[in-house]
Design a protein around this ligand. Structure first.
Ligand code: NAP
Ligand code: GLV
Length: 306
């Protein structure tokens, strides 16, 4: 069995060594144009040529959770596309989102500014019940985020495509319940996959339905958010702020207005990183399952887009 590795922006050597250790009977190779075809591929942002040269691939294993960019390529018709599920990302995402929610709710930026001025002022505590959190996407990451927010006793509700039952979380599903979900939310966390249905989903109409003083946390994909609509609602005061980890163009261009909007906190697509060792172990297990003809966890429905 041969596995071809093609991950743009990744140092290949430690991945190749880890895959060789995890799959000692397999031939693991760094892809080069014109290389002999492989059975399976481990990829991130591969060029189209990679797939054009390998129509026989059986499995395409992404080293991330989101496969929106991968599904834009012409993929081998019979290959199964598999994403990472959790692989250490869920706890990171829960840390990041809870930090953003708590920083906003507890006015920690305001205190930091006061401290910079050597000003010792204690502000009136805010009521947690005034900050209900809505989590869009109740998959591997969204469910973990919702559970951890519950631990901090926030009122949490969630929205997904299909109905869900989650302890302590009020759930909404499908387009018909989107408005009710948004109206129940003051803080909005986006953990949807980027698909034809979710592109531009954070726009003037949807964000206007959040409760006044709304706060947006986008940790999924930049193309979920209509940038100008967010800026307009921040200017109007309907939204109090946003924490953004993902952008339509990454790195965020120096002239982008997000850099100059003090109500926005930015991070460089770092909320939940791929952890190499955990991911290698997971991918090796999935390749083994596929080779044995067993179901492969994290298999993507290419039609659905996630
Ligand atoms: P997942 O397990 O596939 O969960 C996706 C969730 O979104 C599911 O609950 C799904 O509903 C829901 N959903 C999909 N389409 C929908 C629609 N049209 N309407 C309503 N709900 C919809 O994905 P995940 O592993 O949690 O990851 C989510 C996303 O996070 C990834 O796709 C990626 O873009 C992003 N991500 C970002 C980072 C980062 O560092 N910023 C890191 C990792 C992942 P059902 O449950 O009904 O199917
Ligand atoms: C990162 O954004 C991922 O999808 O894993």
């Amino acid at each position: 069995m041969k596995v071809s590795f093609c991950c743009t922006g990744t140092h290949p050597e430690p991945w190749l060594a880890g895959l060789r250790a995890a799959l000692p009977l397999a031939q693991i190779e760094l892809w080069q144009p014109g290389a002999a075809p492989a059975d399976h591929a481990v990829v991130w942002a591969p060029p189209q040529q990679f797939f054009d040269e390998q129509p026989q691939l059986k499995g395409v294993f992404a080293i991330g959770a989101g496969v929106d960019a991968l599904l834009k390529l012409r993929l081998p018709a019979h290959a199964i596309v598999v994403r990472l599920d959790d692989a250490g990302m869920a706890v990171q995402m829960a840390e990041y989102v809870c930090h953003a929610v708590i920083r906003h709710f507890r006015e920690l930026d305001r205190y930091a500014a006061d401290m910079q001025q050597r000003e010792w002022t204690v502000h009136k505590p805010r009521d947690r019940s005034d900050f209900p959190v809505g989590v869009m996407g109740l998959g591997v990451l969204g469910q973990r985020v919702a559970q951890v927010l519950r631990q901090f006793e926030f009122s949490v509700h969630g929205w997904s495509r299909s109905p869900k039952l989650l302890e302590g979380v009020r759930t909404f599903s499908g387009p018909a319940q989107l408005d009710a979900f948004l109206a129940a939310s003051r803080v909005l966390v986006n953990l949807l996959p980027l698909t034809a249905d979710t592109h531009d989903i954070l726009n003037r109409a949807t964000l206007s339905r959040l409760q006044p003083g709304g706060y947006v946390i986008n940790v999924a994909r930049g193309a979920h958010l209509v940038d100008e609509d967010l800026l307009m609602l921040l200017d109007s005061g309907h939204l109090a702020g946003a924490t953004l980890d993902v952008f339509r163009t990454e790195p965020l261009p120096p002239a982008h207005p997000f850099w100059r909007q003090p109500k926005i906190t930015l991070t460089p697509h770092t909320s939940a990183r791929t952890l190499r060792e955990t991911s290698i172990a997971q991918i090796a297990g999935k390749i083994g399952a596929l080779e044995r003809g067993e179901p492969v966890p994290g298999a993507v429905d290419r039609e659905r887009g996630y």
